[in-house]
Ligand binder design. Structure first.
Ligand SMILES: Nc1ncnc2c1ncn2[C@@H]1O[C@H](COP(=O)(O)OP(=O)(O)OP(=O)(O)O)[C@@H](O)[C@H]1O
Ligand SMILES: [Mg+2]
Length: 338
């Protein structure tokens, strides 16, 4: 079935309206630096790929389209295509649960191992007790964008609990969570950040299909997101084995983790089957959201669900790093039927 023309046309219109010539040229220069392709040719190819094949400029750069032929390019998932799937396969009622981290934790309580609490006007004493018992807590802005609403606080640093409590409220950081205890293998790669696994799944009403799996790695900061210096590698969606070295959207490639020396391509994610099993159950909970990107953390004896994203982004193979010139789109197509 072809994808809905409505959202697609709207997206194209929005994109045309906002085409940032400077940013296309900047990205074409990155492509030139990396692959030696002439800037003007690349600009034309990027615009053509965007308009004709739903390839965002950043996808073009990240997935090395400059060195791929037409048939190879067609196997890569891209952000515009993912947006169309999200628009088609999620309803507003369901999205609400995913957009609010408190609503999500409540709805998915059965899949969440860590402790958590909500900061309210009158619970400074409770916040103090929670933080002092756990030592360190993660504070989240429940409805946030760009992944920047996550902070880490140590109880030992707090001198005035009334002030700390008031500050959390004022900054909207009202969801407090226990720090997830990740599996030793993940701690061996990067102990200072909880390294999440992104699993994209599609629920067709009967079965849940696993479309792609990605292992993200932090750099010691609170979050493993790229805005905090994080990077990723794709995992074989059937086995949880790393497919290559790590990389990010800023042109960095990491054969080994810069802070620990762990060889990224050697990772076999432990308990991968348990993580998949958790997602296969979770993906049925809110049938109004059939297509989603789930963040989970593999722990000593299973997996802990962090969040679900109905507007899932795209993580793909990077051919210049992995040597793999095929993306995940055929797998998406087969499961979803587009
Ligand atoms: N309870 C936790 N314990 C330890 N680390 C956490 C915890 N929750 C989140 N993190 C870290 O912070 C990262 C971001 O958290 P989360 O997925 O909740 O938000 P986000 O992806 O930044 O938000 P959004 O995509 O909604 O803007 C995680 O990938 C993980 O590295
Ligand atoms: Mg996340």
């Amino acid at each position: 079935m072809p994808l809905a023309i409505g959202p697609k046309m709207r997206y194209l219109y929005e994109r045309a309206r906002r085409i940032d010539v400077k940013s296309v040229i900047e990205r074409a220069k990155e492509v030139h630096a990396e692959h030696g392709k002439a800037v003007p040719t690349t600009v034309v190819d990027m615009l053509w790929s965007a308009g004709k094949h739903d390839v965002a400029f950043q996808d073009y750069v990240d997935f090395d389209f400059a060195i791929l032929n037409r048939a190879e390019r067609a196997t890569f998932m891209t952000h515009p295509v993912s947006m169309q799937l999200a628009a088609r396969y999620s309803q507003p009622e369901g999205r609400k649960v995913f957009e609010d981290k408190i609503a999500f934790n409540r709805r998915f309580a059965d899949y969440i191992e860590r402790e958590w609490m909500v900061v309210t006007e009158d619970n400074a004493a409770e916040v103090q007790a929670f933080a002092e018992r756990l030592g360190t807590v993660i504070a989240k802005v429940p409805v946030s964008h760009m992944g920047l609403g996550v902070r880490r606080y140590h109880a030992a640093d707090v001198t005035d609990w009334a002030e700390f409590h008031a500050k959390l409220l004022a900054d909207g950081e009202i969801l407090l969570e226990e720090v997830i205890a990740q599996h030793d293998e993940l701690a061996a790669v990067c102990p200072g950040t909880v390294n999440t696994t992104r699993i994209v799944a599609f629920f067709d009403g009967t079965d849940v299909h696993i479309l792609a799996a990605t292992q993200k790695f932090g750099r010691g900061q609170v979050s493993d997101q790229m805005s905090f210096g994080g990077f990723y590698t794709m995992l074989d969606p059937d086995t949880g084995r790393a497919m290559s070295a790590g990389y990010d959207s800023h042109g960095h490639v990491h054969e080994t983790h810069p802070d620990t020396g762990y060889r990224i391509a050697d990772l076999q994610l432990p308990h991968y089957d348990q993580a998949i099993d958790l997602i296969k159950r979770a993906a049925r909970e809110v049938p109004e959201v059939q297509y989603a990107g789930w963040d989970v953390v593999v722990t000593a004896d299973g997996a802990d669900l962090v969040e679900g994203n109905w507007g899932a982004g795209v993580y793909e193979n990077k051919p210049s790093v992995s040597g793999i010139r095929t993306g995940h789109k055929p797998r998406y197509r087969q499961a979803i039927g587009f």
